[in-house]
Design a protein around this ligand. Structure first.
Ligand code: SAM
Ligand code: SF4
Length: 467
């Protein structure tokens, strides 16, 4: 058993949810004005917002979240794609298609060559950052294999001589030693979702395997930040327990990390459970989150932890995803497959081997065009991590809203690379128009001029120019 860390005080959080029922309009106005100061909110404020029911107040909240996101990150949406390298798992999470008791999927561990093939498929779609994932199975996919997989993916170049510039990681909680080793292979963000912060629900949902230890999982980011990781991502799987409890716990987790390490979560993910084969807890959810509640919770997180990157995956349908760009989302996946080998479609059983079903099945190209048509700039930027703007240094720029001075120009130059190298003619035209429009809005004369020069240099064949 791991150490009992207790920064999630369940009865305190449940108490906040009860005492903030039916929040009066003036109280909500006061909290939303506070949110616009970009200093975040305390748990009591967030609880009031989570208990909003009426349409008018909800609309005000959604609009405030939009303003906060624009102030911190500007108009860009960062794009990435997941890369699953193994679906072996010795855990038995009741909501997941990879669980050990699902005997109906074909299990695979990709070889290093297969990982390179998958990476090439992603590069050819224009991706520059991937999220590498696998189930937890120490015999069939040991940690050292994972480290080799990262190096294999970084080593691939496509016909345009492009390679993956940032690999984020989402694998089971590591121990101190493993974090030290991971810090040597240059990853971006290390992510683990707590799934549910509610202990009793956690025990029910994780009946077997290492993952059944709640404390081991809750203390993951403390170990990560104490052992060489700079940027960490947290998340909850919505639908397991009361969404208000999970949101307040996520905010509490962020505050805990910020206080202890001066580094809050680089990202917060908000996956909703989707049906998965032979996963009983992925159907008939007792705590299903409606679309309206989902919009609200995204907005509450954005107002409460303004500096964090908020990630939305292809679990959600296309139309809803586009709407959610307006309420605080700052990073999205595109063209995703959740089975090992899914991009090359090399294995006939891949559809069956997915971790859960997807709702946005469009290609990366279609998603990118749609993002542009909604007036947001798809960004493939990886500059911060490559310039060492990570951890506390990143937070120092993100918290006061200074990071967008880098995000905006880098979004434009990476979009330009995409348009020149990978886009279809229609996307090219739409993208060029957007770039010209956005370029004119860069507030600093020198940065605008430099960005304009970089765009010309990219058109002439140079690549990987960033601020
Ligand atoms: N196996 C590692 C772990 O559990 O930490 C790595 C992450 S797992 C491959 C990715 C995440 O998928 C899980 O943390 C869980 O939140 C999510 N997930 C599992 N089943 C899901 C489902 N049916 N619908 C939506 N998300 C699901
Ligand atoms: Fe395994 Fe992760 Fe799925 Fe749980 S969520 S069964 S640990 S892959």
């Amino acid at each position: 058993m791991s150490e009992n860390i207790n920064f999630i005080d369940e009865s305190f959080i449940e108490g906040l949810i009860t005492e903030t029922q039916n929040p009066p309009a003036p109280k909500i106005d006061e909290i939303l004005n506070k949110a616009l100061q970009l200093q975040g909110l305390d748990l009591l404020d967030a609880a009031y917002l989570l208990n909003i029911k009426s349409g008018d107040l909800l609309n005000k909240l959604l609009h405030t979240a939009y303003q906060v996101k624009q102030e911190i990150y500007g108009n860009r949406l960062v794009l990435f794609a997941p890369l699953y390298i193994s679906n072996f798992c010795s855990n038995n999470c009741l909501y997941c298609g990879f669980r050990v008791d699902n005997k109906d999927i074909v299990r695979r561990v990709l070889s290093l060559d297969e990982i390179k093939d998958e990476t090439l498929s992603l590069l050819e779609q224009g991706h520059k950052r991937i999220l590498m994932l696998m189930g937890e199975h120490h015999k069939n996919c040991p940690f050292d294999y994972f480290l080799e997989a990262i190096n294999a993916a970084y080593s691939v170049k496509d016909k345009k001589c492009s390679s993956i510039r940032r690999i984020n990681v989402e694998i089971a909680p590591l121990d101190e030693n493993e974090f030290q080793k991971l810090s040597k292979v240059h990853i971006g963000t290390y992510t683990v979702f707590q799934e549910t912060y509610h202990r009793e629900t956690y025990s029910k949902m994780h009946p077997g395997g290492i993952k059944s230890d709640y404390n081991w999982r809750l203390s993951t980011m403390d170990r990560a930040l104490s052992n060489g990781m700079h940027d960490v991502g947290i998340g909850a799987l919505f639908g397991l327990y009361d969404y208000r409890f999970e949101v307040l716990s996520l905010i509490q987790h962020a505050k805990h990390l910020d206080k202890k390490f001066n580094v809050g979560p680089h990202t917060i993910s908000i996956p909703r459970i989707k049906p998965a084969k032979n996963a009983p807890a992925s159907f008939n959810l007792e705590h299903a989150v409606s679309d309206e509640e989902f919009k609200k919770l995204i907005a509450v997180i954005r107002c409460s932890v303004p500096y964090t990157g908020m990630i939305l995956s292809t679990r959600e349908p296309a139309e809803l995803r586009s709407e959610l760009f307006n309420y605080g989302i700052s990073q999205i996946s595109a063209g995703s497959r959740t089975s090992p080998g899914g991009y090359k479609q090399a294995f006939s059983e891949t559809e069956e081997a997915g971790q859960f079903s997807l709702n946005d099945c469009r290609t990366s190209g279609e998603v990118i065009r749609d993002v542009i048509q909604h007036g947001f700039v798809p960004s493939f930027c990886t500059a911060c991590y490559r310039l060492g703007r990570v951890g506390e240094d990143f937070m120092d720029k993100a918290k006061p809203g200074l990071i967008k001075l880098f995000c905006q120009p880098n979004a434009l130059t990476t979009l330009k690379e995409y348009l020149v190298d990978y886009a279809d003619p229609e996307t090219k035209q739409l993208g060029e128009e957007l770039i010209q429009k956005e370029l004119a809005t860069i507030p600093n004369d020198k940065v605008r001029e430099k960005t304009g020069q970089n765009l010309i240099r990219i058109q002439q064949g140079e690549r990987d120019l960033y601020l």
